[in-house]
Design a protein around this ligand. Structure first.
Ligand SMILES: Cc1cc2nc3c(=O)[nH]c(=O)nc-3n(C[C@H](O)[C@H](O)[C@H](O)COP(=O)(O)O)c2cc1C
Length: 323
């Protein structure tokens, strides 16, 4: 047999993979070793039927986990060749990674890998300082390197037009009791290994807020502390919108987020306008771009925070009997 990954290499890489973001921190992924290759699988039991009926969010999350896996293997000196959706008859298998020729990791791989444990969603108000041009360029380049695009909304009117679309999508979603119930079910007020800790959910929203918050936490708002007046809003998009395109977009999302962390920036995600088909189309038209918007990011300089919990690696590994 050609070169093969070992259980130890799988375990080590999955420790990084599970740090990826996911809708409501559901962590909808599994990993296994088959014929010397590492496979990433969807965990369909962790899909949110009301929030994510099509499975888009699951595939974005699995793509993000796949990007971390690729980085971990590359930094360990055992880089992977990746095939997306390797078996048509097994749609739950998102990707298969087999060992490529060994090589030293690049400086970019090393710095992005080092950012994995420091990245987290920062839903608090950012400082008003603008994101400098070189950091903006790095973020757009990160998306391009993963075959996606990142459109940075420039100017108050572009951000206001986006905010209008986002708020109307938010209102549509909030009308659905099943959607609201899922969110409530995944907010954690006690220590837990999945779900969104209430303390990470951001402050209470206020009528003057430009962008809608998902409404996870509702921490009391510090008096006078409003959200940044001119947030940097970025829309990540992919060429198409097949299942594979969504996994590609998940990888690009994680590369952009890690690039932000490595640049000293904070980010939070806003996917309401992606989840409502009409809003997504309006967003696409407003950008005038080919392809499909897959995620919206708010990026800026924020207060330090801490990463949210994850389940143990053993809970997401499918090991052959006896291992
Ligand atoms: C597909 C997807 C959609 C998301 N949508 C939102 C959102 O609309 N609002 C939000 O605050 N966070 C959103 N998130 C972020 C998750 O809630 C977050 O990744 C998860 O709670 C884990 O926390 P962490 O990012 O700090 O590791 C989304 C993440 C993914 C992958």
């Amino acid at each position: 047999m050609d070169a093969a990954y070992t259980i130890e290499q799988l375990r080590d890489a999955v420790t990084d993979a599970v740090r990826a973001p996911s809708l409501h921190n559901t962590q909808p992924w599994r990993f296994r070793l088959r014929d010397g290759g590492i496979e990433v699988l969807v965990d369909a039991s962790r899909r949110l039927p009301a929030t994510d009926p099509s499975g888009w969010g699951v595939r974005i999350a699995c793509g993000a986990a796949l990007f971390n896996l690729r980085l971990a293997l590359a930094v360990a000196g055992t880089p992977a060749r990746v095939r997306l959706r390797p078996y048509p008859a097994e749609p739950d298998v998102v990707a298969r990674l087999v060992p490529d020729l060994p090589r030293r990791p690049t400086p970019t791989e090393q710095s992005l890998h080092a950012a994995i444990p420091r990245r987290f969603s920062n839903r608090a108000p950012f400082w008003p300082d603008p994101v400098p041009a070189d950091a903006r360029w790095r973020l757009a380049e990160a998306a391009r390197a993963e075959l996606c695009w990142l459109e940075l909304l420039i100017g108050v009117s572009a951000v206001n037009a986006f905010a209008e679309i986002a708020r109307s999508a938010h209102r549509v979603l909030e009308r659905d009791p099943a959607y609201r119930a899922e969110r409530t079910d995944w907010v954690r007020t006690e220590p837990a290994l999945d779900g969104v800790p209430a303390a990470a959910g951001g402050p209470q929203s206020e009528p003057q807020d430009l962008l809608p918050s998902r409404g996870f936490g509702g921490l009391d708002r510090a008096p006078g502390r409003d959200f940044e007046p001119e947030p940097l809003v970025a829309v990540l998009g992919s060429a198409g919108n097949t299942a594979v395109d969504q996994v590609v977009a998940g990888q690009a999302l994680q590369r952009v987020l890690l690039t932000a962390t490595d640049s000293g920036l904070s980010a939070s995600m806003l996917s309401q306008p992606i989840e409502v088909p009409g809003a997504r189309e309006q967003l696409r038209l407003s950008l005038g771009r080919f392809g499909t918007p897959q995620m919206v990011l708010r990026i800026g300089y924020g207060q330090p925070g801490s990463p949210t919990p994850r389940r143990d690696v053993d809970e997401v590994l499918e090991l052959p009997v006896g291992q």
